[in-house]
Design a protein around this ligand. Structure first.
Ligand code: PRP
Length: 202
């Protein structure tokens, strides 16, 4: 049996739709249930940021999670397949009336993605003060908590509605299929054949 960690919400639903197409029948979590067993698979319904944790500890053999989360956490896992779901980008946002002044020594950036932010500014050799938030990131520059944000932009409407603009793109992201290293070697043919089947439906 393969255990598969899925991130709550749309990516889980779209992944389960792919399983329905591959194996037939309905794949869906019952109301509030966190485990689904079907066709010899066990699916876990977890928070997006927790998917790499379940996979890297081997509590799940494989998982589906955004490349942004994988990059932020930098854990030792196998990246099997870009599932082309949940496409978005990670970008720097600032107020419409502002410009990003790279010559400033102490840009304050609010974000959930502390490591991606630090690495990006380090590559540009610009000092940054990172302020960690857990949500509603777009609020920070409006209220003077930060000069800029680093956040996910999907449709762009959250930034637009809050008078923010993208100053710079950092990376593209989409959901990837990942595997625990030990599981990958122990269950290689099973995992690779599943990955191939999924690939045919994306
Ligand atoms: C994400 C992200 C932005 C928004 C971007 O938040 O942090 O706020 O989506 O999407 P858009 O470009 O389509 O407007 P999410 O809804 O995941 O909530 P969170 O703040 O709890 O992370």
């Amino acid at each position: 049996m393969l255990t598969i960690a899925l991130p709550k919400g749309r990516i889980a639903e779209e992944t389960l739709e792919i399983f329905s197409k591959v194996f037939g029948g309905e794949f869906a979590f019952d109301n509030r249930k966190l485990i689904l067993e079907n066709h010899g698979f066990r699916f876990l319904n977890v928070r997006s940021q927790d998917v790499p944790t379940y996979v890297s500890y081997g509590a799940a053999d494989i998982g589906v999670v955004g490349l942004d989360v994988i990059t932020e956490q930098n854990l030792d896992i196998v990246d099997l397949l870009d599932m082309q779901l949940g496409k978005c980008k990670v970008a720097i946002g600032i107020k419409n009336e502002d410009e990003l002044d790279w010559s400033r020594a102490d840009i304050k950036v609010a974000t959930k993605m502390v490591n991606i932010t630090k690495n990006y500014f380090a590559k540009k050799a610009v000092g940054v003060e990172v302020i960690k938030l857990y949500g509603s990131i777009e609020l920070a520059p409006l209220i003077g908590l930060a000069d800029a944000i680093v956040d996910i932009v999907e449709t762009g409407s959250t930034m637009r509605e809050n008078g923010l603009q993208v100053a710079e793109d950092i990376m593209e992201s989409s959901a990837h299929l990942i595997a625990n290293k030990n599981s990958f070697y122990a269950k290689k043919s099973e995992i690779l054949s599943l990955s191939e089947s999924i690939k045919r439906f994306i």
